[in-house]
Ligand binder design. Structure first.
Ligand code: AMP
Length: 373
């Protein structure tokens, strides 16, 4: 991944030139179609200068351009205070159809100040257009009339936006590089306590928990197509075919915001392990470890019979349980070798209290060296 350094921080590519160009053209069209003419564009400097210039090239109706210069950011945190450094003469706004051009709206503090000031100048109409909008950060009530692209609450630079004044001339958008999070597989036979441990680890480490068994049960409950396909296999204690399982997991892993995964119940075959490596690589990530929880077979059977009484799972009789354990040995255990070959295999004793086993897992996790992205 092409990463860059601005001052003390690292940034990685986030929104491409093509995506930006598409959003700018769309905005020019929407504004032209939905605003009374002639329009006075109020460009909010400095951040909007490139956006405004590109939008102007695609805006094919009469328009006047005015410039406000405001300042709100210091470093990567918004200060909450907004200062006007260059004002606009009232005569250019009064009785005009005004459209504010913002590069980005996050908390809405700058916008609030602009609207307050512009209202004093009595425009005939006042609309807001922004190239980027952060819905999760926005804490004002003014409706935004034209939005180029909604983005999550991340600090971005490029295409006019800066980090302490540099980075504005980057032709695409970069985001702050986030610290690497661990991604691992929690492994072991049915009944080893993977689900219980994963829930605790997820909360303690702030990770994203993915349990294919839970996902299948959710699909079955909601009677989705996928649920219908998976149900017969699950009822018999068989593995759901790889294609179905992989399709389901693909969608989740592909989410660009999702990272720091605990996989539980996946991969259950070597094929699934290979695909998981590919899916992670596509995101610039890597599986750091396979943590295998060991529990003797007699204990597993006892635990599974107990769980079957209440969990609504299919493993409530000894025959299905034996079948699932057989499948674990024949199809799933070879996954261990796949990770051993990569030097990522770790074994944990799964006998003991939930807290004891959890502490063992945490000890192993704290010693895993994360590969840098
Ligand atoms: P679990 O909740 O992990 O015990 O999974 C319950 C059932 O879901 C299993 O017995 C399989 O039928 C199915 N299943 C879960 N994960 C997978 C997977 N990775 N590959 C194939 N089948 C799976």
């Amino acid at each position: 991944m092409k990463e860059i350094q601005l001052h003390d921080k690292k940034f990685v590519p986030y929104i491409s030139k093509e995506q930006i160009a598409h959003a700018v053209k769309k905005l020019a069209r929407e504004i032209a179609d939905n605003t009374k003419e002639p329009v006075v564009f109020v460009v909010v400097l400095k951040g909007s200068y490139i956006f405004a210039a590109d939008l102007a090239k695609h805006y094919n109706k009469e328009a006047v351009f005015e410039f406000y210069r405001l300042k709100s950011y210091e470093g990567t945190e918004t200060t909450g205070k907004v200062e006007i450094l260059i004002d606009i003469d009232t005569k250019f706004i009064k009785n005009k159809n005004v459209v504010v051009l913002e590069d980005i709206i996050d908390t809405g503090n700058t916008l609030e100040k602009i609207l307050e000031e512009l209202h004093k100048k009595q425009p005939a109409s006042l609309k807001i257009a922004t190239l980027f909008f952060k819905p999760d950060a926005y804490n004002k009530n003014y409706p935004i009339d034209f939005i180029g692209m909604k983005i999550p609450n991340k600090f971005i630079v490029g295409y006019g936006l800066d980090y302490d004044e540099i980075g504005r001339n980057l032709p695409e958008i970069y985001k702050l590089k986030e610290p690497r999070m661990i991604d691992f597989v929690l492994f072991g036979p049915p009944g080893a306590g993977k689900g219980t441990q994963a829930q605790i680890l997820k909360d303690k480490l702030g990770l994203t928990y993915i349990a294919t068994g839970d996902l299948f049960r959710h699909h079955i409950k909601n009677q989705t197509e996928l649920g219908k396909k998976a149900k017969t296999y699950i009822d018999r204690g068989d593995l759901v075919p790889d294609e179905i399982t992989i399709d389901m997991i693909k969608e989740i892993v592909a989410d660009p915001e999702a990272r720091g995964f605990i996989f539980d119940g996946f991969p259950r075959t070597v094929k699934q392990a290979e695909v998981l490596d590919e899916l992670m690589a596509e995101k610039g990530l890597i599986i750091d470890a396979l943590l295998s929880i060991n529990v003797p077979e007699e204990k597993l059977i006892k635990r599974l019979l107990e769980r079957g009484k209440t969990s609504g799972r299919s493993d409530d009789n000894e025959k299905t349980i034996k079948h699932r354990l057989d499948l674990y040995h024949s199809k799933t255990e070879p996954v261990k070798d796949y990770y051993k070959a990569q030097g990522k295999f770790h074994e944990i004793d799964g006998v003991g209290s939930i807290e004891e086993v959890n502490q063992r897992l945490l000890n192993v996790i704290s010693n895993i060296k994360l590969r840098d992205e």
